[in-house]
Write a protein that binds this ligand. Structure first.
Ligand SMILES: [Zn+2]
Length: 501
C-alpha cells in the first residue's frame, strides 16, 4: 500500500529526521498544493511508528481528515471526530482540531492521545487558539507543520511557533517536473483600490465589497469568462457573500449554469454543488472564502479571482486549487479581476518564505519586475493572445515574443526623450535583464553550432558595446527569432566586409 515516494519527497523526509536529530523540535514542511504532503506525512508517521513513537495528526477540515485516513490505509489508526469510534490504543491518531479541543481541553472528557510526533495540517492556522492550546500540551513532542503557504493571515512568518523550515520544490519546479499544470493568466482588469482601507495586512472586506461589487465589474467577470475560459469548469472567489451571489446571478442571466456557496451553506448542499460542478451539470461555483484551501478538484480548469488581496498566502492558496493535473488538462486558466497578478506575480514565481514574524513572504522575481528599475520588465498583456506576459519575455501561453520593448523614457518638460527616426523608442541597452537574456540566447546559438565561448563574448560586445561581466557563464537558452535574425545579419555584414576588403 505504501506509495513510492517521489525523489524530492524522500529528500524532505530525510531532511526532517536530520533536523530532528540535530535537536530541532518545531519544523515546518512547505509543500505546495499537490506536492503530496500527505504522502510525506505518511512516511514520517510510518517511520515514527517503526520507532514505537506515537503520532497525532491534527486537521481542521472534514475533507482532510478523510483524505488523511485514506492515505494512512494499512497503518492502524484511530480517528477522533464526531461519529467515529475511538481507538485509543493505536499509536497513530488523526484528530479534528475542533473535536479534540472541545472534548479534551474544554470539557476534559477525553484524554489527549500520547504522541511524540504532532503533525499539524494547514499549519498557517497554528496561531489560532484551538491549535495553540493543544500544541501547548505537547511541549516535549516533535511538531511538524504542513502547509503550502507558511505565513499567518497577515502575511507574517510563523517563527513564534516554528524553528525551521524544510521546503519541497516550489510550484514552478513542480510544473517543470509535470506534477502540476502551468497557469495561463488573463488579467484584463486592475481594479482601482485606492482608498480601500488595510487592516491586519489585508484589505478591509467591507471596503473591498463596496469597490468590487459594482454592476460593471460583475458584468466583466461574465464576459471575460466567456471570452477566455473556453467554457471550462470554474470557481470564482468573491469578496463578500453578496458579491458572490451577484456574480452567480449575472452568470445565470447570461445563460451560464452557476451556483453559489458560502460559510453558512450546509455541508451536504455544498458537497452536492461541488458534485454538480465535477459532473458538468453546472459550470461555475462562486464562493466567498469557502473554497480557498483544503479542497481540490483536478478537473477544475479555470479560476476567477474577484477578491483582491495583499496576502501572498491567500493568493497562492486560491490559485493552488486549479493546478492539479487531470486527463487532457494542459493548463489552468486564471482570470484575474483582482489585480493580484500585478501586485503579487505569477504562481510560477519563486517565493521567499520567511519564518521571521516581523517579515512577510515576498516574490523577489516580481519585486524586481515591478520594482524600482525604470524600464524593468513589467507584466503586460500579450498582443497575440491576451494573456498576461512578462514584458520582454516570450509569452508563456502562445510563445509570442515582441520586438524589444523600449525602456521607460524620462520625459522632461516636453522633451520626447530617445526616439529613433522610425518614431519608435529605442530599446535600452543598459537593461541588465535584457542583457542577460541576450547573453543566454547567444550561448544557445553557440551551443547549437559548436562555437566557442569567445564567440558569445564577441557577439555580446557587438550588441551592447562592452564585454560580458567577467567570469559570467550564461545558461544557454533557446534563442528567440529576433536574436537569430540579429546574429544572421551580423554574419552577413561580416561576410560582406570580408568580400569588399
Ligand atoms: Zn500570448
Amino acid at each position: 500500500m505504501t506509495e513510492v515516494l517521489r525523489p524530492y519527497q524522500a529528500k524532505v523526509v530525510e531532511e526532517f529526521w536530520r533536523a530532528v536529530e540535530a535537536g530541532l523540535r518545531r519544523i515546518i514542511l512547505v509543500a505546495p498544493t499537490a506536492s503530496g504532503k500527505t504522502v510525506v506525512a505518511r512516511a514520517v508517521v510510518e517511520q515514527a511508528r517503526g520507532r514505537a513513537l506515537g503520532s497525532l495528526f491534527l486537521a481542521h477540515r472534514r475533507e482532510i481528515l478523510t483524505q488523511t485516513s485514506n492515505k494512512l490505509r494499512g497503518i492502524p489508526h484511530g480517528i477522533i471526530r464526531p461519529g467515529n469510534l475511538l481507538r485509543p490504543l493505536e499509536l497513530v491518531q488523526i484528530a479534528s482540531v475542533q473535536t479534540l479541543h472541545r472534548r479534551a481541553i474544554k470539557a476534559g472528557i477525553l484524554e489527549l492521545p500520547e504522541a511524540a510526533l504532532v503533525i499539524v495540517d494547514e499549519c498557517h492556522h497554528v496561531v489560532a487558539n484551538s491549535y495553540r492550546s493543544i500544541i501547548e500540551c505537547y511541549p516535549e513532542s516533535i511538531l511538524l507543520g504542513l502547509t503550502a503557504t507558511p505565513c499567518r493571515g497577515d502575511g507574517r512568518g510563523l517563527g513564534n511557533v516554528f524553528q525551521a523550515m524544510i521546503q519541497c520544490p516550489q510550484v514552478g519546479d513542480l510544473i517543470e517536473q509535470g506534477f502540476l499544470v502551468p497557469t495561463r493568466v488573463y488579467a484584463p482588469v486592475d481594479p482601482d483600490l485606492h482608498g480601500v482601507r488595510v487592516r491586519h495586512g489585508d484589505y478591509v472586506e467591507s471596503d473591498l465589497a463596496d469597490r468590487m461589487d459594482r454592476p460593471k465589474l460583475v458584468g466583466d467577470i461574465v464576459t471575460n469568462w466567456i471570452k477566455f475560459a473556453q467554457r471550462r469548469k470554474a470557481v470564482c472567489f468573491a469578496t463578500s457573500v453578496r458579491h458572490s451571489i451577484h456574480i452567480r446571478d449575472e452568470f445565470f442571466a447570461a445563460g451560464v449554469r452557476a451556483e453559489h456557496i458560502d460559510g453558512t451553506t450546509p455541508m451536504d448542499e455544498r458537497d452536492a454543488t461541488l458534485a454538480r460542478l465535477a459532473s458538468g451539470e453546472i459550470e461555475i461555483v462562486t464562493n466567498c472564502m469557502v473554497l480557498t484551501e483544503g479542497w481540490d478538484m483536478p478537473a477544475l480548469g479555470c479560476l476567477i479571482l474577484a477578491r483582491p488581496t495583499k496576502q501572498m498566502g491567500l493568493y497562492r492558496q486560491m490559485i493552488g486549487r486549479g493546478l492539479r493535473p487531470a486527463p487532457n488538462k494542459t493548463n489552468c486558466i486564471v482570470i484575474d479581476h483582482s489585480g493580484a497578478t500585478y501586485r503579487l506575480g505569477f504562481a510560477e514565481d519563486h517565493v521567499e518564505w520567511t519564518l521571521d514574524p516581523d517579515l512577510k513572504a515576498n516574490n523577489p522575481t516580481h519585486a524586481v519586475r515591478v520594482g524600482d528599475q525604470p524600464g524593468g520588465p513589467k507584466i503586460v498583456e500579450c498582443r497575440e493572445c491576451g494573456a498576461a506576459r512578462v514584458g520582454g519575455m516570450a509569452c508563456l501561453s502562445c510563445g509570442y515574443l515582441p520586438e524589444l520593448s523600449p525602456c521607460a523614457i524620462e520625459v522632461v518638460d516636453g522633451d520626447l526623450g530617445l526616439v529613433d527616426p522610425s518614431r519608435r523608442a529605442r530599446p535600452c541597452l543598459d537593461d541588465p535583464y535584457l542583457r542577460n537574456q541576450w547573453f543566454s540566447m547567444l550561448a544557445g546559438i553557440a551551443a547549437e553550432r559548436g562555437y566557442k565561448a569567445g564567440w558569445v563574448a564577441h557577439q555580446y560586445r557587438n550588441k551592447f558595446g562592452d564585454w560580458p561581466p567577467p567570469g559570467a557563464r550564461p545558461v544557454p537558452t533557446e534563442p528567440s527569432v529576433e536574436v537569430r535574425r540579429w546574429v544572421q545579419s551580423r554574419m552577413i555584414a561580416y561576410a560582406r566586409r570580408r568580400k569588399s576588403a
